[in-house]
Design a binder for this molecule. Structure first.
Ligand SMILES: C[S@@+](CC[C@H](N)C(=O)[O-])C[C@H]1O[C@@H](n2cnc3c(N)ncnc32)[C@H](O)[C@@H]1O
Length: 233
C-alpha cells in the first residue's frame, strides 16, 4: 500500500498534512442540482478574511461550527432541534455538501450555512476570536493505521488554534467510535487548562445529537461510541 496523496496541496503549504483525502465520490444528479441551485443561498465561499457571523446568518444568535458533517443528516436534525442556534457546517466532500443543501431546502431549515473547504483553514483564516458558542466534531476520520495518526484532526496543535475561537463558557463536543482515538481525544483536551470536562471522563451523548451516518456504520461493525464535552473556562 502506498501513502495516500492529498490533492489539495497549495504552494503556501507544500507539505501540509491534511486530515482528509479528496476522493471523487459519486455525486447523484439531485446532489449536483442542489449545489447548482442552492449554493448561492446557503453556501459560503472560502476567503482568507474574517467572516462576520451575525451578518452571515442575519441575526444575533449562538453560533456553532461543525467540522466534517459527512452527508449532513445529523447536522440538519440538530439544526431543527435547536432553531435558536446557527450552524456553520464545513466539509470537503462534494456529495455530502449536495446532500446537506438538499436537506436544508427540503426541510425548510434557516439556520445552517455550508462551506466546502478544509476546516483547518477556515479556523485559521476566517473565524474571529471569541466568535463561537460551540464546536461539533462528530466521528472525525479515525485514521486507524499508526503511520496515519499524524492526519488525525484532534491533536494539540489544532485544538490550540480552535480554542481562542470559542467564547468563554462555549463548548467543544467530540464523538468517535474508535476507542483508542477516544482516549487520545481525552488526553488532548485534558491537557488544556483553559478547558473543563463536563463529565468525569466520557460524557453521556447530549440530547441534541442524533445518531450520525458514520456512527450507525460503526455500530453495525460492533464499535462502541464515546462522546466528549468540554467547556471553555
Ligand atoms: C468519518 S466522516 C464522519 C461524517 C459525519 N460527521 C458522520 O458522523 O457521519 C469524517 C468527515 O470529515 C470530513 N473532514 C475531514 N477532515 C476535514 C477538514 N479538515 N475539513 C472539513 N472536513 C473534513 C471528511 O470529508 C468526512 O466527510
Amino acid at each position: 500500500m502506498t501513502e495516500p496523496q492529498t490533492t489539495s496541496q497549495t504552494p503556501e503549504h507544500p507539505r501540509a498534512i491534511r486530515s482528509f483525502v479528496l476522493r471523487q465520490g459519486h455525486m447523484t444528479a439531485a446532489q449536483q442540482r442542489a449545489i447548482d441551485t442552492l449554493w448561492p443561498r446557503y453556501g459560503l465561499d472560502y476567503r482568507a478574511e474574517n467572516l462576520d457571523l451575525a451578518q452571515t446568518f442575519g441575526r444575533a444568535a449562538p453560533k456553532v461550527l461543525e467540522i466534517g458533517f459527512g452527508m449532513g443528516t445529523a447536522t440538519a436534525e440538530i439544526a431543527r432541534r435547536l432553531p435558536d442556534t446557527d450552524f456553520l457546517a464545513a466539509d470537503v466532500h462534494g456529495p455530502g455538501v449536495g446532500n446537506l443543501l438538499k436537506l436544508i431546502e427540503e426541510q425548510g431549515i434557516a439556520n445552517i450555512r455550508v462551506m466546502r473547504h478544509d476546516a483547518v483553514e477556515i479556523v485559521e483564516n476566517m473565524l474571529a476570536d471569541n466568535s463561537l458558542d460551540g464546536i461539533h466534531i462528530f466521528f472525525p476520520d479515525p485514521w486507524h493505521k499508526k503511520r496515519h495518526h499524524k492526519r488525525r484532526l484532534i491533536q494539540a496543535p489544532f485544538v490550540a488554534k480552535l480554542l481562542p475561537k470559542l467564547k468563554s463558557g462555549g463548548y467543544i463536543h467530540l464523538a468517535t467510535d474508535w476507542e483508542e482515538y477516544a482516549a487520545q481525544m481525552l488526553d488532548v483536551l485534558r491537557a488544556f487548562p483553559g478547558l473543563e470536562n463536563t463529565a468525569e471522563g466520557y460524557a453521556p451523548t447530549p440530547a441534541y445529537r442524533p445518531e450520525t451516518k458514520f456512527e450507525a456504520r460503526g455500530k453495525r461493525l460492533g464499535h462502541g461510541v464515546w462522546d466528549l464535552v468540554f467547556k471553555k473556562r
